[in-house]
Design a protein around this ligand. Sequence first.
Ligand code: AMP
Ligand code: GLY
Length: 420
Amino acid sequence: MKILVLGSGAREHAIVKALIRTGTKPNEITCAPGNGGISQEVNTINLDANNPEAVTAWALDAKTDLVVIGPEAPLAAGVSDALREAGIAVFGPSKAAAALEGSKAFAKDVMAAADVPTGMARKCTSIYEVEDALDEFGAPYVVKADGLAAGKGVIVTNDKTAALDHANSFLSKGMEILVEEFLDGEEVSLFFLADGTSVLPLSPAQDFKRAYDNDEGPNTGGMGAYSPLPWLPEGFVKDVQDRVALPTVRELALLGTPFVGLLYCGLIVTGKGIRVIEFNARFGDPETQVVLRRLQTPLAHLLHSAAVGHLGELPEPEFSKDVAVTVVLASEGYPVTSAPNREITGLVADSEKVEIAHAATKLEDSKLIATGGRVLSVVSTSQTFHQARVQAYNAIKDIMLEGSHYRSDIALKVDEEHNV
Ligand code: AMP
Ligand code: GLY
């Protein structure tokens, strides 16, 4: 099967690695545009992944059997619509269905119609409405920009002035604001493959969104993750499938915008039960690095079956009993300021135990250059969280990149409390 993967992050590198690990030949995979790590494993091409015409023309010309869309930007640009119109199987929802991620207000409307459990929220278009909603819900304050903001659109704070400033910064760009009730509990990322009518669950993961240890500092795209979650109650995945994923996919089908791709359910397990905090219309990063590292079922077949509407015929995907932990190496200043390009050295070669998923890297005169933001994810697997952490941190401490930083407490709590 000839596969084109769109994107350039560690998520896309993890997808490429999982395709290869589960049976796809490297020479069947092309990635556009890819990065310094992906280009060492498969063919990469300099194609604008956000350009529907360019991607479709390339895919037709190369007789591509399946296009897998990694990030949200090509979805919002209508790349999947153009590919589908040209008769190419594509894993990634239409622009209209991807609004589930792009518009938090649309997601709230879908959840209300489908009776999906979520927190209370108020849509605001002025700072007066924001202030009123903040006072109604009380602290901690949750303020979200209603649009794609690369993980930086949300603030959770006890400081009302900071909450208002955050709202103002997006209102002044013409964006709407959602003020939400604060939900207290453990976060879970649970991914479902969806084919428009049926869904299949992947294994749950937990992401670490704050920049610094002990969940301090600003929100980021994600600084680390682990999978599975041994502390979840029995029946959790089935519960989310029945009460969240399926009703959402059915509602989108009713609206005439069937969801074909990856439905990312961002959940909080509160004292009152499961609540959805967000949907994404794509694989999460860095959760994908740990979830797909444990996948045993051929990924290409799963993604293709979703793309052509045959998921209902498949059994649930299987996962290794081993655990996986990933730690993200970020460049100096991330997520507040951007760093200049710098050489990066000291990466271990991939082994059974430790792999490196590249994100912001490029090869220049056979040197590896970090280009800012989240640079790479070290992905480690073992029978225990303890050993997986030891391996991940041993590998990351040897990586040399001036000014870089990473969290030292990824999967620490699960290691201490559930290290069976
Ligand atoms: P989002 O972009 O909606 O996923 O929000 C980013 C992060 O902010 C989430 O992963 C949570 O850690 C936090 N967050 C978002 N909404 C809430 C909420 N209603 N209550 C508590 N924390 C939240
Ligand atoms: N790790 C969070 C996200 O992918 O949105």
